[in-house]
Design a protein around this ligand. Structure first.
Ligand code: DON
Length: 319
């Protein structure tokens, strides 16, 4: 990068200029043309590749936004982070570690062979197999009850009710044979107790929840704030659950690029194929970005560049 990286000291080198730096992160990368809009879920291919929003939410509740901060898109894999937190809240550290795992598979997010190589253990809650196994653990006796728990929990993270995009849900439900196969494979290894296809349906719905870059920033700031929503003041999850979730995101949140992301940007983060990224600076705040063109690992190109700029200039790198 062309911006000097400030060392995190607890004092925030750029925080007095945060508003200006958010505008700068947006302006610098608005015209980037790299990456391609995801098309393996047919309707995602229709996204406008020019959309680009950047938002910083401070744990104080102050928000700073540039560009398409309020453009709605489906949360996709970013849901995995927040559903993981809800399941950790319900079952605790040990159960979730043993049942779902906390390690990077080093393989693509929809890998089947990763499941096979690990005797059916999902290993990583931030890829599809681990996320399906996590969703299967949601409290509730029926898929509807599990969905209600999930939707209420994500709404508490966002501080508002979140809707499902019915068109994206239908498009993905009609084309998610691979996720159904992964769920059946987990079932064959005795790794899911619930009906695998019902679990995939809840998972597909969670991925189709509509959010904005502003929502992502606020949801991330709740994790940065030890589980207390910085605007509503509501406790959503415990501080320990935030720590567990952020540790998992650091190791796995950016797929096979997680090491590179930590090396260059130095904050736990989670991306989704529709172009969202949430990056969390513990104790300080979070960055939510949205721009549909993604790199081969599934991470938004402009989102990565804007987050890198803000991490460097605000001194967010945790190392
Ligand atoms: O299950 C899927 O493939 C999608 N609903 C989510 C994948 C995703 O967002 C991966 N992201 N980078």
């Amino acid at each position: 990068g062309d911006v000097a990286q400030a060392v995190s000291t607890g004092r925030l080198p750029g925080w007095d200029r945060v508003e200006e730096l958010v505008q700068e992160a947006h302006a610098r990368h608005r015209d980037r043309a790299e990456g391609a809009v995801a098309d393996y879920i047919p309707v995602l291919a229709e996204a406008d590749p020019r959309l680009f929003g950047v938002v910083v939410a401070e744990t104080s509740g102050d928000l700073h936004a540039a560009g398409d901060a309020d453009a709605a898109f489906t949360i996709q894999s970013i849901s995995k982070a927040f559903v993981y937190a809800l399941v950790c809240e319900a079952y605790g550290h040990e159960v979730v570690r043993d049942r779902v795992g906390v390690n990077n598979t080093g393989l693509p997010f929809n890998s089947v062979i990763a499941v096979e190589l690990n005797d059916g253990h999902p290993m990583n809650p931030m890829v599809n197999a681990g996320a399906i196994a996590t969703t299967a653990l949601l409290p509730g006796g029926t898929p509807d009850e599990q969905w209600a728990h999930l939707a209420a929990g994500l709404a508490r993270f966002a501080g508002r009710t979140l809707e499902v995009d019915p068109v994206v849900y239908e498009s993905e439900a009609a084309t998610n044979q691979r996720n159904r196969a992964i769920a059946r494979l987990l079932e064959s290894y005795g790794r899911i107790d619930a009906d695998p296809l019902e679990v995939v349906d809840v998972y597909t719905r969670q991925c189709a929840i509509r959010v904005t870059a502003r929502d992502l920033a606020v949801m991330g700031a709740t994790l940065a704030d030890g589980g207390v929503h910085p605007v509503t003041g509501e406790r959503v999850v415990s501080a320990q659950v935030c720590r567990d979730t952020l540790a998992v995101l650091a190791a796995t949140g950016m797929y096979e690029r997680s090491g590179e992301w930590l090396f260059e940007i130095g904050v736990p983060a989670k991306s989704g194929v529709s172009g969202g990224i949430v990056a969390i600076a513990p104790g300080k705040g979070a960055i939510g970005t949205f721009s549909p063109p993604i790199d081969p690992a599934g991470n938004s190109v402009r989102g990565r560049l804007a987050t890198a700029h803000l991490s460097r200039t605000l001194g967010l790198n945790v190392f």
